[in-house]
Design a binder for this molecule. Structure first.
Ligand code: HPA
Length: 243
């Protein structure tokens, strides 16, 4: 970002500290792709905060209150679809929000109309125009890009082989532990949403051939791809309509 103003999470009233290694915990204001942006270096996963969805989505509501119109979210995910390889980027076409389906939706509880309507459509949650733009840009950029459905589990454990099979049967291409709660709140606020996963590991569907996953592997793959992904997203921001 150009002319960045970096504010650590612990200087922002009400912000909890991120506990996940690799999440730096800064809010950064600055110019990116010709637009004034806010970047969060870190996010709040429900498993870190006793499934407190209002707390975990608060930064999205705060950014919307500050005038943000588009949310771009990234995550690390395990590939379920065998077409996905480690190091691929996957644009989210849609999601399956497992905690949300069983009552851990950030919209549960009394509705505060400042944040939007009681009942929220989640159709076209991931803006089609943005997805198409991002796909073309990524191809031109030589990025190994795919599209798919992301399934959010609560974590913090990785899935068993049988759970990965379940995710595949439900129509998921990749599994992770974030993003859906943030996108849901963003849609309630009327923000345009775009999200992509970095495939950091491939999950096994074969009970007799399990594949182990470690957080350090996830971080390592993330480091390798981050520069290219950042340039891609800067180009996407550059190409955003000003409406
Ligand atoms: N499962 C859930 N979350 C993840 C994974 C995974 O396989 N990889 C990175 N985040």
């Amino acid at each position: 970002m150009e002319k960045p103003i970096i504010i650590p999470f612990d200087k922002v009233p009400g912000f909890p500290l991120p506990s996940v290694i690799g999440h730096k915990g800064n809010v950064i204001f600055g110019w990116l792709g010709g637009k004034y942006c806010i970047c969060l270096q870190g996010r709040f996963h429900p498993y870190e905060h006793n499934m407190d969805m209002a707390l975990c989505t608060m930064p999205v509501r705060l950014m919307a209150m500050m005038g943000v119109k588009t949310l771009i979210a990234s995550n690390a995910a395990g590939g379920v679809n065998s077409d996905l390889n480690i190091g691929d980027l996957m644009i989210l076409k849609d999601h399956i929000f497992m905690p949300g389906l069983i009552g851990f939706s950030p919209l549960v509880g009394l509705n505060d109309p400042r944040f939007g309507n009681r009942f929220v459509s989640m159709q076209n949650a991931y803006d089609q125009k943005l997805r198409q733009k991002a796909f073309v840009l990524a191809k031109n950029f030589g990025i190994s890009i795919k599209e798919g459905v992301y399934l959010m589990n609560a974590g913090p454990h990785y899935e068993t082989t049988a759970e990965v099979s379940l995710a595949a049967k439900l129509g998921a291409d990749a599994v992770g532990m974030s993003t859906c709660h943030e996108v849901m709140v963003a849609r309630q606020l009327g923000l345009r949403c775009f999200a992509f996963s970095l495939i950091t590991n491939c999950s096994s569907l074969d009970l007799d051939n399990p594949l182990d996953i470690s957080h350090s592997d996830v971080l390592e793959i993330g480091r390798k791809i981050s520069e290219k992904a950042s340039e891609w997203i800067a180009q996407l921001i550059d190409n955003l309509d000003n409406d």
